[in-house]
Design a protein around this ligand. Structure first.
Ligand code: UDP
Length: 232
């Protein structure tokens, strides 16, 4: 499958359904890429290498979809939260591990997921605030999950998965950012209208003003960088 390059990062051109099928057959690491991660990869070679080695890189947010469009690629974004939910649904019954978020958040997310997917087979659940990463990696590994969702924020979740992938090469793993917060009911996802108008980032910023400093300048700056690349 063809990959397209956006500011040094190769992104897969799959549609949502194709990406699901590919992820299920290929296994390994799925990275849901956004402008902040692309910026970080430009500064951190190790992180760039993790993305380069990922089995699947999907365009998570509207910033990446817009950037690709500027470069002439019409690729629809694949929201990581929806992608992960589909994997849970399609692999219902298979062993799954969830790692991340605050203890009360993951607990609520698990309750809600179990209600939605009665045959969900959770073999390992842990919050994302641990000191001893080696211990968590060993514990997950011992449970031999087929699907691992890590919600540790970026780059922590990608680094965690990269290490785990070496221990469990036949497992499908994806970093899901703030998805557990949404599934727990603690954080609301932007209403459809914001999603349709490409303003999900604005909604999240309004709800969580501390994100403003991080997110707001990032998006226009990212677009400027892409334009610069296009014109250079
Ligand atoms: N998180 C975690 N451990 C950490 C840092 C963050 O489990 O050491 C969780 C956090 O509780 C949240 C998720 O990672 O559930 C995503 O965090 P954030 O919103 O900062 O990341 P983003 O979604 O913006 O990448």
């Amino acid at each position: 499958m063809e990959r397209v390059n956006l500011l040094g990062i190769d992104i897969d051109k799959y549609t949502f359904d194709e990406a699901i099928e590919y992820a299920k057959s290929k296994k390994g690491q799925v990275v849901t890429i956004n402008p902040e991660m692309i910026d970080y990869a430009a500064k951190n070679a190790e992180f760039a290498s993790i993305i380069k080695n990922a089995e699947l890189v999907i365009p998570d947010g509207i910033g990446v979809q817009l950037g690709l469009k500027i470069l002439g690629h019409n690729i629809k974004r694949i929201p990581g939260i929806e992608f992960a939910k589909r994997l849970i649904a399609e692999l219902e019954g298979r062993p799954v591990a969830l790692i991340g978020a605050k203890p009360n958040v993951i607990q609520k997310a698990v309750e809600n997921l179990k209600n939605e997917y009665p045959n969900l087979n959770l073999v390992y659940v842990h919050d994302g605030y641990f000191e001893d990463t080696d211990k968590i990696l060993d514990e997950v590994c011992a449970k031999e999950p087929e699907l691992v969702l890590a919600a540790l924020g970026s780059p922590k979740q990608e680094e965690f998965i990269y290490r785990l992938k070496k221990m469990l090469p036949d497992t499908l793993m994806i970093g899901v950012g703030g998805s557990f917060d949404v599934w727990s009911g603690e954080v609301e996802r932007a209403p459809q209208i914001y999603q349709k108008l490409w303003l999900e980032w604005l909604y999240r910023t309004l709800k969580e003003p501390k994100r403003f400093k991080r997110i707001f300048p990032a998006l226009p700056l990212f677009v400027l960088k892409v334009l610069k690349e296009k014109w250079s």
